[in-house]
Design a protein around this ligand. Structure first.
Ligand code: ADP
Length: 539
């Protein structure tokens, strides 16, 4: 089918003049009978990618979606556009379900929406065996992977269902989040055949990305000064806990900067009022937990500040991405420090409980969450362009003449890393001393005591260890405490050390511990030397 037809259908049914990036290639591949994996951020226009082919193909297009609650709206919208659509799901009586399937079998439905569980029922299998299915679209395809955030076991049956069809139609899988590993899972578990992979649109050039390393006690003051410098701007400040949202909103208000708190623990009427006041610009700033934002469409949010580090790049991208929907310059600032990482790790290791999973499955989920967290920590530590880090994370390459690692320095002009220079500090001696000290104390104490011993402290709480007998006692007398802590924390992130979480966290050796004793061991940390863009200005 010609490209003209696709554009014609886009125009006829949806009223759009042109395809957005990535859409046309996907539509044409599906029309040519090829499988497709489409990775595009939320709002980029994935639906059109299978709805246009559905309009042009002769049989029925099956849309597999986990979101039963949205099916009615989606189907109504398509019918309004003149595309015959229907859904079968558990909100209907068995009679209603039979009627829809009969209509679809009779060729009266172009798009049929179902949840993955439906594919396993005998009645649906019968229907699929005798009805020509021209295309299968799998929405939220990352749900097949245990390595993503939203694993759904019902997605594992989709591949079998497709394989059971008398004639295999082309399959389009769509998702907004697919790292390399998840992408491989989608392809193998759904059984995609040589799919055309399209990744688009993750870069948001109007957003200025900013990473600021700051001790916890200075964070509130930083936020207050930012808000004071941007009095007429609307912004969201994300905090990790409900208590923090209330405390920070109160602090800002006391300082004369109106702000409301928003979190899941508030009474529904208060929550709705906070949301309404923010959306209608009655109150410029909302201080919220991650409960805020779902389904909120406010276009003129000028800044999103994260008071703490989120659990993944996916979460950060989604929350920070609420800034600048209108395309105007906006700023996304992430405040972080080493203790954010420790807190996140601890939550992940100790807090994770889900009795429906076996211990083995829990470990898989935990591992995948650890990897997601590593991606987030990498964003905080990288000296590379933050736009590039982010889009690469999602599998898209921007701003390089030659793609890949060899792409060379990329200066976007819209992130704090591109506007800073970094000083590399050789901390090999510090790292080796820390490692030896962990050995001296037999992996029995926390980071606070390690630092004290290395600094030669005479503190009473160390006496039982007899630290003065240790070779590392006072070895880093000349290095300040914050530096030692930074290095220790980075060593834990890099796998030289391992922080065993318990009532009191203990510093132990990590998988790479032995490397620190090698003669060619070299260790560095980076420090921002100059920041031309201070808290002021949005780009
Ligand atoms: P996604 O599923 O990727 O989150 P949607 O399919 O819901 O995104 O599309 C987001 C919005 O973009 C919708 O309002 C849709 O109508 C609109 N849209 C999609 N494609 C185009 C296009 N080619 N031109 C203009 N608007 C489009």
């Amino acid at each position: 089918m010609a490209a003209q037809d696709a554009l014609g259908a886009l125009n006829q049914y949806f009223g759009y003049d042109s395809f957005r990036p990535g859409q046309q290639g996907i539509v044409e591949s599906l029309l040519a009978g090829r499988d497709v994996l489409g990775v595009m951020p939320t709002g980029a226009g994935k639906s059109v990618c299978y709805q246009v082919p559905a309009a042009l193909m002769s049989g029925v297009t099956l849309v597999i979606s986990p979101l039963i609650s949205l099916m009615r709206d989606q189907v109504d919208a398509l019918n309004d556009l003149g595309l015959a659509a229907a859904f079968v799901n558990t909100t209907q009586t068995p009679d209603e379900q039979s009627m829809v399937l009969a209509q679809a079998a009779a060729g009266q439905v172009k798009l049929l929406y179902v949840a993955p569980e439906r594919l396993e029922t005998g009645r649906f299998r019968d229907f699929a065996a005798r009805t020509p299915i021209s295309l299968i679209a799998v929405d939220e395809a990352h749900c097949v992977s245990q390595w993503g955030q939203d694993f759904r076991s019902s997605y594992l049956g989709i591949g079998d269902f497709i394989a059971s069809l008398p004639v295999r139609p082309p399959v389009g899988a769509f998702t907004a989040t697919a790292t390399e590993r998840v992408r491989r899972d989608i392809v193998s578990i759904l059984g995609l055949r040589d799919p055309a992979v399209t990744v688009t649109g993750f870069d948001r050039p109007n957003l200025y990305f900013d990473v600021v390393k700051l001790e916890t006690k200075y964070k509130a003051a930083w936020v207050a000064s930012y808000v004071a410098d941007h009095p007429d701007e609307s912004g969201i400040v994300y905090c990790a806990t409900r208590k923090e949202t209330e405390a920070l909103a109160a602090t800002l208000s006391q300082m004369g900067h109106p702000a409301v708190a928003y979190h899941g623990g508030m009474a529904p009427d208060l929550r709705e009022r906070a949301q309404r006041d923010f959306i209608t610009d009655q109150v410029p700033v909302v201080v919220a937990t991650n409960a805020f934002g779902m389904g909120i469409d406010k276009s003129n949010v000028r800044f999103v500040i994260h008071h703490n580090m989120p659990e993944s790049i996916e979460a950060y991208y989604q929350e920070a991405g609420r800034a600048g929907r209108d395309g105007e310059p906006s700023r996304c600032t992430l405040l972080w420090n080493e203790s954010d990482i420790v807190t996140r790790r601890r939550l992940l290791d100790s807090d994770y409980e889900n009795e429906r999973l076996t211990p083995q499955e829990q470990e898989i989920v935990r591992q995948s969450k650890r990897r997601l967290l590593d991606g987030m920590v990498g964003y905080c530590r990288t000296t590379d362009c933050l736009h590039r880090y982010m889009t690469r994370y999602f599998g898209q390459e921007i701003g390089t003449d030659s793609p890949g690692e060899a792409g060379g320095p990329h200066r976007c002009g819209a992130c704090s890393n591109c506007e800073s220079t970094f000083e590399t500090i050789d901390v090999t001696r510090v790292a080796q001393a820390i490692s030896r000290c962990v050995h001296d104390v037999n992996q029995r104490v926390g980071s606070g005591k390690i630092v004290k011993i290395l600094r030669g402290s005479k503190a009473q709480d160390l006496a039982w260890l007899n630290p003065e007998q240790m070779p590392t006692f006072g070895m880093l007398k000349d290095v300040n405490e914050a530096r030692i802590r930074d290095v220790l924390s980075q060593m834990a992130t890099d796998g030289y050390l391992f922080i065993a979480e318990g009532r009191l966290p203990i510093v132990m050796f990590g998988k790479r511990a032995a490397e620190t004793a090698a003669p060619d061991f070299h260790y560095e940390i980076k420090r921002v030397e100059r920041k031309s863009a201070a808290a002021g200005g949005t780009g």
